[in-house]
Design a protein. Structure first.
Length: 530
């Protein structure tokens, strides 16, 4: 089939579909003008988008770290020119930046305002046995189980769990299947858990360092980005148990519904579900709202419509939308207009901002963590402004100093709680008066970790599909881990290569759990050996 005459309709403009467009060009031979990306909002980037300004404070829905085994992610970045230097790829720029400013965390866990003895992971023989038992079993052995159903109570008190959960945003009620995958996928990071030397970051936030150059490269070549367009449904033909073909899109533009016809030789790639759907932002003086209904979001509503037609292949999105109190996530971005906070953190940690990694306030009832990134963190950020971001796992708990749940707190109150935990009381008023904390409430922020079964997620290319593929965090990719940019890019590679019938496979997953050296070092770490 001549791919130069085929069209591609991509629903959603998160990193998964932007990557899919890139691979349609690079490996699929599609003409740029024949690739259409539909986005409900006015900008691309999905959960990586950045909003705001230095006057009202920046707003960040989220941020993702990564490490050398993100092979699909780095494959994508290897052929995208950097906006900083078009003679370099984004991969080159990212690796150079990470090697110039490596993390060496000296304050991974803070207790009573001081770095704790966080290098002691605290495993007992029973903890180690439970870890081995979980990773040795097949996923089906923990079908539908929570993490706290496969570990005893002591495991949730040790430093390893505190560092693991705050690095990856796990809670005890989350899926044992996902936790098992993470343990195997990131086993090589066990010896590095305390100081995080192997964690890598982009020069700026993920949007400015990854999405912006990727979108720039796509649109300069002629890929069609179509904002303010909500795809309500995908028209399908085919009987249950047989082939299924997408023949049209039902979209809403400017308040009007219309149908876009899709030929059988064309392809459709849709991102189902969204971690940032229904997000609500607060300010220094206001509290973000919790919006529970998934039907307010195009990506969740689209998935539900497809599920109503063919639940056998599209599965049921309610698995990931029906437990908001277990999937909600509170993230925040802090805009500093005075250097005092960073000066105090430099004194506390001994590290320059951007080299310390993630810091968790262990005494915090909200279990808050934050990362002081290298500055500038936002592209074109003023020199006299600094930005950092953080999150909390227990937003319904009453604060230690602000005596109400975090979910009911303004940005200023959240920042005060952070400052009091750090014992920065002498500078409290100055920092509060010169800072803006914008919280964001995400009802489905960690919904991808909710308890599920091995068959709860649809395949990237559903069984029997002739021209429809799926991308994002809610498709099934064996052994790989959700909540990563790697997962989204791998879903894009899989969708493009399978739908086009290319003699090409996604970049092979690095199985560090099969490396005897990695297993040995992880075992030594759990035994408390260096």
């Amino acid at each position: 089939m001549n791919n130069e005459t085929r069209k591609a309709y991509l629903v959603g403009s998160g990193i998964g579909n932007l990557a899919a467009a890139a691979y349609l060009l690079k490996d699929g031979g599609f003409l740029p003008a024949n690739i259409h990306i539909y986005e409900q909002d006015d900008s691309a980037g999905g959960c990586l988008a950045v909003y705001g300004n230095p006057e009202e404070g920046y707003r960040l829905p989220g941020e993702r770290m990564f490490e050398p085994n993100y092979v699909c992610f780095y494959d994508l970045l290897s052929f995208i020119p950097s906006l900083e230097d078009p003679n370099k790829s984004v991969k080159q720029d990212t690796l150079e930046f990470s090697s110039t400013y490596p993390w060496n965390n000296t304050a991974r866990l803070i207790v009573n305002g001081k770095p704790s003895h966080f290098e002691d992971f605290g495993f007992t023989d029973r903890d180690r046995l439970e870890m081995f038992s979980l990773t040795a079993k097949p996923e089906s052995a923990v079908n539908g189980k929570r993490i706290d159903e496969v570990f005893s109570e002591h495991f949730f008190t040790i430093n390893f769990w505190h560092m693991w959960k705050t690095l990856f945003a796990f809670n005890p009620w989350h899926s044992a299947i996902e936790f098992r995958r993470y343990l195997l996928r990131f086993m090589h990071l066990f010896p590095d858990m305390a100081h995080q030397n192997k964690i890598q970051r982009t020069r700026y936030n993920n949007y400015d360092s990854v999405v912006r150059p990727l979108l720039h490269w796509l649109t300069r070549q002629g890929v069609q980005f179509i904002p303010h367009t909500r795809v309500m449904d995908i028209v399908l033909e085919g009987e249950v148990g047989g082939a299924v073909t997408a023949t049209g899109l039902v979209v809403v533009q400017d308040g009007k519904e219309k149908r876009i016809d899709v030929r059988s030789e064309d392809i459709v790639i849709a991102t189902l579900g969204s971690m940032i759907a229904n997000s609500s932002y607060g300010t220094n003086d206001t509290v973000p709202e919790l919006r529970r209904s998934p039907q307010e979001s195009g990506s969740w509503a689209l998935w539900k419509n497809l599920s109503l037609k063919r639940k056998d292949i599209f599965k049921d999105p309610a698995v990931f939308t029906g437990h908001v109190d277990e999937s909600k996530f509170l993230h925040f971005a802090v805009t500093l207009k005075s250097p005092r906070f960073l000066d105090l953190m430099r004194e506390l940690t001994g590290n320059e901002p951007g080299t310390n990694g993630i810091t968790t306030l262990m005494d915090s009832n909200w279990k808050m963590s934050f990362i002081l990134q290298h500055q500038p963190y936002v592209y074109e950020q003023p020199e006299d402004v600094s930005v950092f971001h953080g999150m909390a796992l227990y937003q319904d708990a009453v604060g230690n100093f602000i005596k109400k749940p975090m979910a009911q707190c303004t940005g200023r109150e959240i920042l005060e709680e952070i400052l009091r935990h750090l014992k920065f009381d002498d500078d409290l008023k100055h920092i509060l008066d010169t800072s803006i904390l914008n919280p964001v409430q995400q009802p489905f922020g960690i919904s991808q970790f909710l308890v599920r079964k091995v068959d709860s997620r649809p395949d990237v290319v559903p069984r029997g599909s002739t021209n429809l593929g799926l991308t994002g965090q809610f498709v099934e990719i064996p052994r790989d881990t959700v909540y990563t940019m790697e997962y989204s890019v791998r879903s894009a590679q899989t969708a493009v290569y399978q739908l086009l019938g290319l003699d090409k496979q996604p970049t092979p997953l690095v199985r560090s759990d099969r490396d005897l050296g990695v297993v040995w070092e992880a075992s030594k770490t759990m035994q408390g050996q260096k």
